[in-house]
Design a protein around this ligand. Structure first.
Ligand code: ADP
Ligand code: MG
Length: 244
């Protein structure tokens, strides 16, 4: 089933065409990578999908609805979740409390006040921390986590609402090779209930994690296809050899 359909999106910043006639589809249960040189429009595209800014042209369909003119919180209620390049954790709160903030944003406060729900809530948070290898650190301040752990906490927080689609902008930037591998392992089980659109510089990482890729260059789609097709694509090879 098509979960997300980006159709002929255009976005200008003054005279600069940051996105030009960009179209691609994301199926449920798949991870879709966005790659391309610096400044090719990847972050701008993620923001347009999440509603952080509106596109000037085109349409965005999500879970059977036209979300083109929806505000970010409406898209979030519809089942989208965005993790930006810049971290959103609260460094002065514990790891557990960061999760609590994220979950509470998703749950009506009155339900949280009922103790039965509170126990369930605690279980839910500890399970999530467990999945992201953070349970042993739940009482530590989030600011004391390593860079990689902070990224995982943020992904766990972005998943707190049980989204249908998670948008990730360079989650492995600044990570060690081992942390990157862990990240791939942590993301894999999400596929059962949530699709991902992920921007990445690290081509090996994105090849290992994604089912399909869209390549952007100067705001335009160069190619969309499965990882093998993109690897063979002459235009894509040209872009990446041009860079070095
Ligand atoms: P990428 O994420 O692929 O590196 P971006 O989407 O961040 O690229 O940027 C695409 C182009 O749009 C770049 O030339 C960038 O300088 C420009 N751009 C991005 N955001 C803004 C903005 N808010 N105002 C003006 N120009 C912007
Ligand atoms: Mg970017």
């Amino acid at each position: 089933m098509t979960l997300l359909s980006v159709r002929e999106i255009g976005k200008r910043f003054g005279k600069l065409r940051a996105l030009d006639d960009v179209s691609f589809d994301v199926q449920s249960g798949t991870f879709h990578g966005l790659i391309g040189p610096n400044g090719s429009g990847k972050s701008t595209l993620l923001k347009a999908i999440a509603g952080a800014h509106f596109a000037d042209e085109g349409r965005i369909l999500f879970a059977g609805r036209d979300v083109t003119w929806m505000a970010p919180h409406e898209r979030s209620q519809a089942g989208m979740s965005l993790k930006f390049q810049i971290t959103a954790i609260i460094r002065e709160l514990s790891v557990y409390d960061n999760m609590l903030v994220a979950v509470q944003a998703a749950e009506p406060v009155l339900r949280l006040l009922r103790s039965a729900t509170r126990a369930a809530l605690q279980r839910h948070i500890l399970n999530a921390l467990d999945r992201f290898r953070l349970r042993g650190r739940s009482s530590e301040l989030a600011g004391e986590l390593s860079h990689g752990e902070q990224q995982w906490l943020e992904i766990a927080m972005a998943l707190a609402r049980g989204p249908k689609l998670l948008l990730l902008d360079e989650p492995t930037a600044g990570m060690s090779p081992q942390e990157r591998r862990f990240t791939g392992e942590l993301l894999a089980p999400i596929k059962a209930h949530c699709a991902i659109v992920i921007v990445e510089h690290d081509l090996d990482f994105i090849r290992s994690v994604c089912d399909r890729l869209t390549v952007l260059d100067q705001g335009r789609v160069v190619a969309t296809g499965c990882v093998e097709e993109i690897g063979r694509n002459a235009k894509v090879q040209q872009i990446y050899t041009r860079r070095v």
